[in-house]
Design a protein around this ligand. Structure first.
Ligand SMILES: [Zn+2]
Ligand SMILES: [Zn+2]
Length: 347
């Protein structure tokens, strides 16, 4: 089959590769479309030790079952790319994201979705109705991350917590959309990129703060009589954004940290301990979160398609460069195996 292979830093090329073979508990998926994730871009730029040349990237896939479970043959499915063992204590507790043996499509030794076919365990595919266009279906995976981080809000935050989201890229926008639907009071989203600011505003965000011209933490503290908000959500992962989150939460409040831009950050623990600030990280999603995200997309709770597009896989290099050079131009680019058409209701 043909696949887009990450061959060197800033280079992806279409190569002829071996067809994957489905094992006894697996299915063979004929790829319809696979979205390019921020983590794929990290890999493309050579910033990820777990995405090395020779790997087929991509983990946001929609496709059609071609081999495996009889009852699924010909069905259009979304692929949960987090492959877990189902045996370890975390899996048995339903916390698949904490699996001792997890693998992700398009990472380490596991090829991803930028080829014509892929294989995954049967339990990782979920049928989707024809009413969902492929460009909507590739948003299920990023939305699953949003469902997970919001599931990490502690009970102590109450029923209508106040929140600030730092970072309005694809994941920040997904968190905004889900948080909004769940009734969180989002006082503001912080985002410097004007294109992303416009997307957030179109999604209904009434307050976008530009952190280049405004000190986000000082502004939120001033507007809340110095108290801060009960939740600050970091969808960037830099030392600056993590510390902004820690500073603008109230006493006893929670900073929810998901972004992974930088590996190391120092905090003022005199301040954090004295205000009993909770630092809660969030990683990936459970199977339940994935199902919730699928429901959210099927029910049309939010429509991102004005900011999504698709390109044939042979233009993969151009697609990656567009995302690197023009961040915010698209919320998502999906790669479609060359010669295949998109499926699902017109977007
Ligand atoms: Zn992703
Ligand atoms: Zn496990």
């Amino acid at each position: 089959m043909k696949a887009l292979v990450y061959t060197a830093v800033r280079t992806v090329e279409v190569h002829e590769v071996d067809m994957p073979v489905a094992g006894p508990t697996e299915v063979l998926v004929r790829v319809g479309a696979t979205g390019i994730c921020g983590s794929d871009i990290h890999g493309f730029l050579g910033h990820s030790s777990r995405r090395m040349p020779g790997l087929i990237l991509g983990h946001e896939t929609v496709g059609i079952i071609e081999e495996g479970d009889e009852s699924l043959l010909g069905k259009r499915v979304t692929v949960n790319p987090l492959i877990t063992c189902m045996l370890c204590p975390a899996c048995r507790a339903g916390r698949h994201n904490n699996c001792l043996n997890w693998r992700l499509l398009g990472m380490d030794q596991t090829h991803g979705g930028f080829g014509e076919y892929l294989t995954v365990p049967r339990r990782n595919v979920h049928p989707i109705p024809d009413s969902v266009h492929d460009e909507k279906a590739v948003m299920v995976e990023p939305l699953a991350n949003a469902f997970h981080i919001l599931s990490m809000i502690p009970q102590s935050a109450g029923l209508a917590p106040t929140a600030v989201i730092v970072g309005g890229g694809t994941i920040g926008a997904c968190i905004y959309a889900v948080a909004q639907a769940r009734g969180l009071q989002i006082l503001a989203v912080s985002e410097p990129n004007p294109k992303r600011q416009a997307i957030l505003e179109a999604l209904g965000c009434r307050r976008v703060i530009d952190p280049r011209s405004t000190d986000v933490a000082d502004t939120i503290l001033a507007e809340t009589n110095g108290q801060g908000v009960s939740l600050a959500i970091d969808a960037v992962g830099s030392s600056v954004t993590r510390n902004t989150c820690a500073k603008l939460v109230s006493r006893g409040g929670t900073a929810l940290l998901l972004g992974l831009d930088e590996g190391t950050t120092s905090f003022d623990f005199f301040d954090l301990v004295r205000r009993e600030v909770r630092l809660q990280t969030s990683f990936a999603y459970t199977e339940q979160n994935y199902a919730e995200a699928l429901d959210f997309v099927v029910n049309g709770a939010v429509d991102f398609t004005a900011w999504t597009t698709s390109m044939p896989t042979e233009q993969g290099q151009q697609a990656f460069e567009t995302l690197v050079n023009s961040p915010g131009q698209y919320l998502k680019i999906a790669l479609v195996p060359t010669g295949r058409g998109l499926r699902g209701a017109m977007k």
